[in-house]
Every structure is written in C-alpha cells, then in structure tokens.
Design a protein around this ligand. Structure first.
Ligand SMILES: Nc1ncnc2c1ncn2[C@@H]1O[C@H](COP(=O)(O)OP(=O)(O)OP(=O)(O)O)[C@@H](O)[C@H]1O
Ligand SMILES: [Mg+2]
Length: 892
C-alpha cells in the first residue's frame, strides 16, 4: 500500500493497488482525518500512518469521496493520475523524481535533454528517495543494525503526538514528535529536532512491544504512537517534515510533470468579447516554437495553471528569442531553462528562487539577460509578460559590465537599462516609466534602500551573491526586506562548506524552505558536523552522511552548478605553472628569527589565545612577499601605544636587528625577495618573447601591489591598477582600457580581494598570482579573469610560491582540498574551516631550507623540472641564476 498526505487539507490520500483498478493498478482514496489536534495533522504529516484499507475491502467509491472535497483536492487527484507521479520508485533516479520529464511535444526543443542529464548527475551523488511521502507502509518495526545484535543496540523510530501528562479524558495534543527507542532508553524529539524528553532503564520487553495506536506515559509526557518511521526516513531527516519545505517539494512533484495542453488552444473559455479578442491576439507565441533550434520553455502543467492562471488565459509557448539562441552555448540553454522553471515556481511549488552557481566565466550574465528579456516580453498565460521591472544588485566594479553585456547581446534599443552611480540616482529610475532594469551596486543599494522599496520589482538578481551568506550583515537584511519573490543568486564561488552560510543563501532565495534556523541546525547541521569529527562513531557518521545527502537532494532542485569543462572547447589552451622560488638570504634569516620567537613557541605549546597563530602566519606571509613589508609593519606597531602589551611584540622581538642597520623599505631591492626576483625576470621574458601579450599581476594585499607597482616603474612597464581604493565609476573604464588592443599597458595590477570577482580581463593572457590564499576559490577567481570567452591567446598562469615556507604548506593544503567549491551541490565533503591542530601548526611553522621544492619531494617524483618546452624552456634559459624550480604541470 502506498500512501501520501494531501498537501493542504485535513485529508489523507491512500493509494491502493487492486486487480480491478485502472491501468496503472492503483487508485486514490481520500480518507477523512481521524483526529485533528496535533499541529502536523493540520499541515499534513506523512509519517502518520493512515488507517489501513485492505485492497480487498470495499471502500466508498473514489467518486463519492471526491465529491466531498474542495477543488484543490480534485486537482491533486487529477494531476496525480495524469502524471503518474505515484508510480513505484523503481527508477534509481528517485532523487530527481520531482524534475519535469522530457517534453512530450515532438519537434520542440526544450533545452538539450537537460533534465535527463541533471537527473543522472544528481543520482550519482545520492540515491535518496526525495519523493519521501510516497512509500510502502512499514510491515514491522525496523531495527537499525540487524536483529541478531544485542538488544541494547536495537533502534526503533516512531512518529508520535504528545502532550503533558494529565487525567483529562479528551486530550489536547500539544505537538508531533519523533520517538527514538534504543535498548532500554528512549528520546523524544519535537519536529524541530530538539530533545523534549529522555528516559532510561525501561523494561526492554515493554519498549520492544510498542506499536501503532498505543498510548504511553514517558518522561512526564503522554504520547500516542502514530506510526513507525523507517531508519532511512529518520537518518535522512525526512521524518521531521519541518517548515513546509517538504510539502513544497512534494507538491512540485505533482506539478512539474509533462505538458498536456496545446499551445494554441485556450485551456478555458473566455467570456467577454474583449477577452476573446485579447486572447486571440496574444495566443500566438512570440517566436516560432517549431523553428529549427528553437528553445522552448517547459509548459506549465495543470497544477501550475490552477495556481497561477486564475483568469484562464490560453497557454502559450514561451520561446527564447532566436537572436539570443544563436549565440547560446548548450550549457547556457540548459541554464536558462533551469532559471525559467525556478522563477516560475515549476520546480518547487510555491518557491521562485534559484542559485546559479556556475564556475567563473560560464556566462551567467548572458543567461540572466536572456531570462530577463524573455520574461519581460512573454509569459505562458495569454503571452502576458511575467516581469515588468528587474533589480540587479552587483559589486560596484561590475555595474557597468552588466550594462555592457546587455548592450552586447540585446543592443541599446530592445531593453532600457538604468545604472546607478554618483550622477544617476535611483529617483530618476523611479520617476521614469522608460526603464525596466535597474543595476545597482551593493553599497548604493544600502544608501537608496528606501527609494528601492517603493518600486515593485518582479525579479531580483544578486550577482556574486555569495556575499549574502552572512545573514546579519546589512546588505543581506536589506535585500531580504525587499518583497520580490523571484530571487536569483549568481555565484561562481559557492559557499565553502559552511552549513550555516549555506542555510542563509538557501533561505534568501527560497525563504522558509529549510524551516527555521534552529530546526535546520538540529536536523542537518549538528549531525553533519558531528559525523565529520574524527571521534564520530560509525552510527554518527552514517547519520551525518545521510542528512547531508538529503540536504543536497532537497536543495539540488534549485541550485545549478556547472564546471569550466563545459566551455573548455571554446577557449584557447590554459597552461598552469607553479613556480617555486628560493627565498633570499635576508628572508631566510628573518624567517628563522620569527620561528624562534616567543609567540611562535607559545603557539606550539598551545599557550596563546586562539587567534595568535593567525598573527604569526600573517607575519610569515608578509615576509614571503618581501621583507620590506614586515619592516613596515614592525615600524607601524612600534609607534602604536598598545605595542608594549601586544602579542606582536613577542613575535617581532629582536627582528629589527636582522635587517641591515641602514635598511630603507622604500629602497627595497628585488634580490631581497625570491619571488620578486623571479617575477622581475618572468616579466622580462614575456616582454621579450611575446611583445604583443599582456600580464595581469594579482596580489591579495594592497601594500604588496605598491611594491609591484614600483617594480613596474623601475623597469619602465606601462601599467594600470585596480584595487579597493579605485572609484567604482572608474573601474569599467580601466578594464576596457586594458582590454583594448590600442592600449599600451603591459601590466594590470589587480587586488584579488577588492576587485577580482566578475571582471573580464581578456586583454591579458598571462596571469601571475604573486601570493597564495588559504581559500583556493580566491585564486581560481583571479585565474578566471583571463581564461574566459573572448580570450584570443593561449593563457599562461603562474603561481609564485616561496620554497620551503608557509606558502608551500598552504599550496599543499589547497591541492589536497581542491574540489571543495563543489560544496554547494555536494555537502558531504569534509569541512574546510581553518582550525589547526598543534601538529598542523608545527608543520606550518617549519622552514625547509635544504629542499628546492618540498611539495615535489612529497610526490616522490623523479623529474628534475628541466624538460620544458616553449615559454617555459625560455624562462629557464633566460634566467642566469636558476633560483626557482618549475616542475611540469603533470607532476601535480
Ligand atoms: N555564448 C557566448 N558566446 C561568446 N561569448 C560569451 C558567451 N557567453 C558569455 N560570453 C562572454 O564570456 C565572458 C564571461 O561571461 P560572464 O561575465 O557572464 O561570466 P560569469 O559566469 O559571470 O563569470 P564570473 O563568475 O567570473 O562573473 C563575457 O565577456 C561574455 O560576454
Ligand atoms: Mg559574473
């Protein structure tokens, strides 16, 4: 027997197989609810067992029952029958059961079999049955570890209702709960996962006998057992069914199925003459859905129509403008289809949010522009446009880039864009009916929030939206306060395995879908984090993994991430070089001194505050970039009044004596830093061998950029610079200038933290990462600035690392943790918070002086790093004194 709970009524739906039933061997029987006091019963709790109805027994006919129901339920039934959504779950791709099936309309291109691919992709991640409200009624109490185990390890799960113990005849149940019985003890949890009762020492026999319908007194609470929960439903967290998330997804499975209406045929009769005329005019799709290569969006199913087509307009195909389709890559067509279905509420019923987390350079901007243009001109109901006004919020440096992209793909006539800057205020936009798209930076948004709130935006796009991962920052609260329902986050850098940040992003696009934060913590975050700790038991590990898989599955419906591989074929080759540079003599002396400082020794003994090691790490990183940076920091600190008590004093003690007595940081030399020396020669090689090519030089620190700028000046290289201080209004101009073939700039100095995201720097084909970040995503972000659509030359990436130092250790950590950026769609990978054990700190705070590349040694690779071709060979040759090691890329 399969059963499910109706989505918005006090009724249960029971599906009974039987020989005399219709073709799909099942029918729906709608039962009146047995009781209604507990909250879940008002919303529908699938883990409450409905009254069993034997297939052989006679029931009231479905028709009789249906007659009692409201139209909502009728629709539910019809949709169910039509779409066969209650089919047995033989398909291993159960996780994606909710996804729309392949279009039925022959000859219409609905996006390159996207759904099939998506299904397969996700199915490799988890085999969980998302369609959790449809499952076999449990036959017997399930035991988690096999019947033959000791009774103490037997675990059973029950859905219950509970109230405080009382002698009243008519109980008023206070809530639903989950009862976990393990050996002689039990735990009672509410549906937010919180423990509300515990007990131990019960008679084993009594606990073993618990069955459905039984009432019991435990831990001062009276409970009634409503049903048995399978270990799988408990482990995945589905039994908690909180926050409406599950029911939303449940409904979508009914909704998102196949098309059923002819695009040219009205679904219902329109009464007035005027309506008929309107419908006649707008009945035709804007573009021909049958034209070759046309890209047609999924037609709304009956459930969607019932919800959103109250006026019974005819259903019209929504077809992407062929002018755009001509340029779209296959993954972009899929992306547009995905975004359309999300914002139209076709994927998760009643939720219109999406996260497009494609890797950098995949053209998220074009996908959004195509969506906006489509929704602004078309809609599935009578062709009526879905969106009038769109708000795009983006980092300041990208405001004009968005405008440029609109113009690039749609010209200046089709759509009117307003960008906010110093001279163009939001008022201008609000007063004019002329503009349909407002592009604003996050900073300006905060300043103009009141005016923005007065405009009714139908679509909100947050570019580089990972910055919204912190729910307490002003920008996030400001954006949450906007009433717009259709919300899209664009990010090439998805959240790095922080489950709380992940929640914030999800909750922003689809508010409430994961329930309250406290429930989310109990049901997902805690078990997942516990499972990742080395001390986790096998049971905890399994629970955590299953909860992670379920979370991935739930959110996978509205998160899409593709990797750069999908555009590799359109791009020139990319050659990545990791250049290990030997530190200079001064650097080595200072490094040794720092490692011998009291601060570092205390850190290793665990005697200092948590953050102290970060100060030590910061000092070592500065030193690797150039000793003059460390010199500057010490001088600055010395003049500070708190210097005497500060931890830095312990770190820097005696360091000044290592510098030459007359050391002047302004007069720094290249020889003092191994990396700077290599950089200077590398620039010379590029200049000599590839005079027409340009270089993007990236650092995380503005002070380091100052040094690099000075090097440019000394060598007479024309340069341009973009960092956090660059006024937003000038940023696009600087980027355009560098990208122009007429520009004489040889070098683009870029602060990766301040301006790395989203920029197109295809004018440069060499990118040098002068320093390394803990987070590999920051480096990948920077690299993606040059290796993207529009790049004409083969791209060379050089990552400079100081041999034997902390930089190598960070790099090793990066390569061992690479792949984490997939975290947004695969949360089951380990956490990457920077928490160091004393062992790790010991490793970090060691200088390896004898090796020319510790990372290479670790690989046990025999190569000498000498057999290079092309530019790499030239580099090796031109350098008179080989103060670097360049292993072949395949080494790593
Ligand atoms: N189909 C296409 N054909 C040619 N060029 C394209 C196509 N799609 C995108 N581009 C170009 O590729 C470049 C990168 O696109 P875009 O800036 O949208 O990437 P992105 O996904 O937003 O990356 P990031 O995460 O770095 O911001 C842009 O110059 C854009 O015009
Ligand atoms: Mg972008």
């Amino acid at each position: 027997m399969l059963w499910r709970w109706g989505c918005r009524c006090l009724l249960r739906v029971v599906l009974v197989p039987g020989p005399s039933l219709p073709s799909d061997s099942r029918r729906l029987i709608l039962l009146n609810m047995r009781r209604s006091a507990a909250p879940s019963q008002l919303q529908g709790n699938p883990f409450k067992k409905p009254k069993f109805i034997s297939p052989a027994r006679s029931h009231p006919s479905p028709n009789e029952e249906v007659a009692k129901l409201n139209s909502d339920i009728k629709l539910f039934e019809v949709a169910a029958n039509k779409n066969n959504f209650l089919q047995p779950q033989n398909d291993p791709r159960t996780c994606n059961f909710n996804l729309p099936t392949k279009e039925c309309a022959k000859g219409i291109n609905h996006g390159d079999n996207y759904r099939e691919k998506y299904c397969l992709e996700a199915s490799t991640k988890t085999t969980l049955d998302l369609h959790h409200t449809v499952h076999s009624a449990p036959k017997e109490i399930t035991v988690s570890k096999g019947q033959e185990e000791k009774p103490d390890s037997l675990v059973k799960y029950f859905s219950v209702v509970w109230c405080k113990a009382s002698k009243k005849k008519h109980k008023k149940w206070e809530g639903d709960g989950v009862l976990i019985v393990k050996g002689k003890s039990f735990t009672l949890k509410d549906l937010e996962g919180k423990d509300i009762g515990r007990g131990t020492g019960y008679k084993l026999k009594e606990l073993e006998k618990i069955e459905e319908g039984q009432t019991m007194m435990i831990g001062g609470k009276e409970i009634e057992v409503m049903g048995i929960i399978s270990p799988d439903d408990f482990n995945s967290g589905r039994c908690f069914q909180f926050g409406g998330g599950c029911s939303a997804i449940l409904s979508s499975s009914q909704a998102a199925k196949k098309c059923f209406s002819n695009p040219f045929k009205s679904v219902c009769k329109l009464s007035s003459k005027e309506n008929k005329q309107n419908s006649f005019q707008s009945c035709k799709p804007r573009h021909d859905p049958y034209a070759p290569n046309s890209l047609v969006m999924l037609r709304p199913d009956k459930n969607h129509q019932w919800l959103f087509n109250k006026n019974c307009f005819p259903v019209v195909d929504v077809v992407i403008d062929p002018h755009l389709v001509y340029y779209l890559r296959p993954h972009q067509k899929e992306g547009i289809t995905f975004l359309y279905e999300c914002v139209m509420g076709m994927r998760v019923n009643g939720r219109c949010g999406a996260i497009l987390a494609d890797e950098m350079g995949l053209g998220k901007t074009l996908q959004c522009i195509s969506l906006i243009w489509t929704l602004q001109c078309q809609g599935p109901y009578g062709g009526k446009p879905i969106v009038k006004k769109t708000l795009i919020v983006t980092p300041g440096s990208l405001v004009n880039n968005w405008k440029k992209e609109f113009q690039k793909w749609l010209g200046i006539e089709r759509i009117k864009i307003f960008t906010v800057d110093q001279d163009h205020k939001v008022e201008e936009f609000t007063k004019s009916p002329f503009y349909s798209v407002l592009i604003i930076s996050y900073e300006m948004l905060l300043r103009s929030l009141d005016q923005i709130k007065n405009v009714k935006f139908d679509l909100l796009i947050c570019d580089e939206g990972h910055r919204l991962k912190n729910s307490t920052i002003k920008t996030t609260t400001a954006l949450i306060s906007l009433s717009c329902e259709k919300r899209i986050i664009l990010t090439g850098t998805p959240v790095q395995n922080d489950l709380q940040e992940f929640f914030t992003l999800i909750d922003f696009v689809n508010p409430g879908i994961l329930g309250s934060l406290s429930a989310y913590r109990k049901i997902y975050e805690e078990p997942i984090i516990i499972s990742r700790q080395p001390s986790a038991s096998e049971e905890e590990r399994e629970l955590g993994e299953q909860r992670a898989a379920e979370l991935t599955c739930l959110t996978g419906l509205f998160i899409l991430r593709r990797t750069q591989e999908v555009i590799n074929q359109y791009l020139p080759p990319k050659i990545e070089n990791v250049v290990f540079c030997r530190p200079g003599a001064l650097q080595i002396a200072l490094y040794r001194k720092l490692l011998n400082s009291q601060a570092v020794r205390f850190c290793l003994q665990g005697l200092l505050e948590n953050t102290s090691h970060l100060i030590c790490i910061g000092a070592l990183k500065k030193l690797c970039n150039h000793p003059c940076l460390l010199f500057g920091s010490i001088k600055e600190k010395e003049s500070n009044s708190t210097w005497d008590e500060s931890e830095e004093r312990n770190l820097y003690e005696g360091l000044m004596n290592v510098f030459p007595a007359d050391y002047n940081p302004i007069m720094f030399t290249e020889e003092e830093s191994g990396k700077l020396q290599v950089l200077s020669k590398l620039l010379a090689v590029i200049r000599e061998l590839r005079p027409a090519e340009k270089v993007v030089l990236v650092s995380n620190y503005t002070r380091t950029l100052d040094i690099l700028q000075e090097v440019c000046k000394r060598h007479g290289y024309a340069y341009t610079r973009l960092d956090g201080q660059t006024p937003i209004s000038q940023r696009q101009q600087i980027v355009d200038g560098f990208n122009s073939k007429y520009s004489s700039d040889f070098i683009f100095l870029l602060s990766s933290k301040a301006g790395g995201v989203g920029l197109n720097l295809i004018g440069g084909s060499h990118l040098i990462l002068y320093d390394i970040d803990w987070n590999p995503a920051t480096d990948i972000q920077a690299m993606s600035r040059v290796w993207r659509d529009g790049q004409k030359h083969p791209v060379h990436i050089y990552r400079l690392l100081t041999t034997g130092t902390i930089e190598e250790k960070i790099y090793q950590r990066q390569i061992s943790k690479q792949g984490l950026s997939g975290a947004v769609v695969d949360l089951s990978k380990t956490s990457d918070h920077i928490q160091f054990s004393v062992e790790e700190l010991k490793n970090l705070f060691t200088l390896h002086e004898s090796s020319h590349c510790v990372t290479h040694d670790l690989l046990d690779c025999e190569c000498t790093g000498e057999n290079h071709t092309g530019l790499r060979a030239a580099m090796t040759w031109i350098f008179e004194k080989k103060n670097f090691f360049l292993p072949p890329p395949l080494c790593f």
